[in-house]
Design a protein around this ligand. Structure first.
Ligand code: GDP
Length: 305
């Protein structure tokens, strides 16, 4: 995902390597190149501005240290600031003191929510949890079936509306996702599942109805985590979309999906910083095992490698 950005930054640093000492002009030139590389990678303008100004200040005031040459020093600063915009340390999932822990997934249609639901369920099952998946996406034809398939692959049960009831996709009437979410939670309680993962509907674009539905589900199940799933390939739109979900539904954490894509990756680099919410997980492919706990420091190292 970050191949181009990575190449650009590496060549910027290469130019510094021959310098014994960095003048202010050298630092300014370097910062300009970093700025261009980030903007070309679709990183949000406000993030780029804050990032480059911090890097510049730190580079100018950096002590000349015996251990690091000037180029290494700049790389170190850029690395630390990348880690910072990616959220600092990994933030683990919050579990409820009294189970079940309720995790609500929100995001645009196609962001990768349903796939993520399966990945997260498999991940949690591997840690000894007993998750239940709840199919509260009644908007998209097939979403319930898709979640059932994903649940089967993950070896995790799925709570879905019964055929013939108002919540069921084949009933010919719009279902009530709030009721499904509530019933799913009650089922989890009675069957002693310790985690409930609720998949919600997305739209192709942000709209008021989508936000209202997600908010109604949120109010009905009082989640411990609301994870906003964002397709890292959507580029500049990512920030506006994330902001709309932050304002409309609110979320406690971010999941980046499709990090395996070859897009420019700016979404991935902007969203934590713009929303002030940490990235908890990354989705890196279509298989249920293409999933990782997100570590800002590892991501920064990957970019600067
Ligand atoms: P939803 O509408 O948000 O529930 O999105 P889906 O889970 O249905 O995913 C939309 C499409 O993206 C599907 O074709 C998935 O197989 C695909 N997808 C989901 N996550 C990833 C990922 O991390 N990488 C890639 N390459 N494809 C993904």
């Amino acid at each position: 995902m970050f191949a181009t950005l990575s190449d650009r930054l590496t060549s910027t640093f290469k130019n510094l390597r021959t310098k014994g000492r960095l003048s202010e002009a050298d630092i300014d030139a370097t910062v300009r190149e970093i700025r261009r590389a980030l903007l070309d990678a679709d990183v949000a303008v406000q993030v780029v501005r804050a990032f480059t100004s911090t890097v510049r200040e730190r580079a100018l005031s950096a002590e000349v240290s015996g251990a690091l040459n000037p180029a290494q020093q700049v790389v170190k600063i850029v690395n630390e600031e990348l880690v910072a915009i990616l959220g600092g340390d990994n933030r683990p999932l919050t579990f409820a003191k009294a189970p079940p822990t309720v995790i609500l997934l929100a995001g645009l249609q196609g962001a990768g929510k349903t796939t993520l639901a399966g990945k997260l369920a498999l991940h949690l099952r591997g840690q000894g949890h007993t998750p239940l998946l709840v199919a509260a996406d009644l908007q998209r034809p097939n979403a319930v079936t898709q979640l059932k398939v994903v649940g089967e692959r993950a070896g995790v049960p799925v709570f879905a509306p019964h055929p013939g009831t108002a919540g069921h996709e084949g009933a010919g009437v719009p279902g009530d996702p709030v009721a499904v979410a509530r019933d799913g939670l009650a089922t989890a309680r009675s069957r002693q599942h310790d985690v409930v993962i609720v998949d919600t509907a997305g739209r192709l674009g942000v709209d008021a109805e989508l936000m209202q539905q997600a908010s109604d589900i949120r109010d009905a199940v009082d989640p411990d985590e609301i994870l906003f799933v964002i397709d890292a390939m959507i580029g500049q739109d990512a920030v506006a979309t994330a902001q709309a979900f932050a304002d409309g539904v609110g979320f406690t954490g971010v999941v980046l999906s499709k990090l395996d894509g070859d897009a420019r990756g700016g979404a991935a680099l902007s969203v934590a910083s713009v929303t002030g919410r940490p990235i908890l997980f990354a989705s890196t492919g279509e298989k249920l095992t293409d999933f990782e706990v997100f570590h800002p420091d590892r991501m920064a190292s990957r970019i600067l490698d």
